[in-house]
Ligand binder design. Structure first.
Ligand SMILES: [Zn+2]
Length: 232
């Protein structure tokens, strides 16, 4: 499937999973199991009882404990060959470079558009690909941002950004979105398959459908200039 060369590429790669809630639990699990060489695990929150319907890295004995360290501990017992770097803080403009500056791919597993847009801006600035996923109730979405080739997250961000996104997502829908995100990362790292670039995969768990929306650059100060520069 991935072959020896694909497996080697994964082992030599590093990925930052930003957000270790429902999405991040599963994405980091799949990436650790797949044998990604180094995982930076970023989350400043502690486990709450209401998280346990979807945040499968944690159990009821973890309530009150910091997610980043717990995640590293759980994943280490799954695959001790991976190098885990827990970062127990939220990502912000002031720390983004320190936190994700030396990885190959950044994964948005957040529930907060403000923090997402910090990752987006840094992705565009640094040229690092960003795999985006979001969930809300029965619905979810995934796309891969490749600086210079695709439009950015700011292009599809809601006009009115709430400080906190929807925190009540159905666990099984989170599972679909997280699997799609992990798959995007594996494709980017190994060069196999086609990333969901300039395409938004829309998960409709209510009707049991996966749809696709073509993403076209809009007037956007974050990415348009970069696409223009890439073509010049
Ligand atoms: Zn944009």
């Amino acid at each position: 499937m991935l072959g020896m060369s694909g497996q080697m590429r994964l082992a030599e790669s590093s990925v930052a999973v930003v957000g270790l809630g429902g999405l991040g639990s599963l994405i980091s699990y799949y990436l650790a199991a797949a044998g990604v060489g180094r995982l930076v695990l970023v989350d400043g929150e502690r486990v709450e009882k209401s998280n346990l319907n979807r945040q499968i890295l944690y159990d009821s004995s973890d309530i009150g404990l910091p997610k980043a360290y717990l995640a590293a501990k759980r994943l280490r017992s799954l695959n001790p060959l991976v190098d885990y770097e827990p970062v127990a803080s939220m990502v912000s403009r002031s720390n983004v470079e320190d936190v994700v500056g030396d990885v190959d791919v950044i994964v948005d597993a957040l529930d907060d558009w403000r923090a997402r847009l910090v990752l987006d801006e840094y992705s565009m600035k640094s040229g690092k690909p960003l795999v985006h996923g979001a969930v809300d109730g029965f619905y979810g979405q995934v796309t891969t941002i490749i600086p210079g080739r695709t439009s950015c997250l700011a292009c599809i961000a809601p006009r009115r950004i709430e400080a906190r996104g929807c925190r009540s997502a159905l666990g099984a829908v989170v599972g679909i979105v997280a699997s799609q995100e992990a798959l995007e990362v594996v494709k980017l790292l190994t060069g196999k398959g086609e990333p969901a670039a300039n395409r938004l995969i829309v998960v409709d768990g209510f009707l049991g459908r996966l749809d696709e929306v073509e993403l076209k650059p809009v007037e956007c100060s974050v990415c348009l200039s970069r696409i223009g520069a890439g073509q010049a």
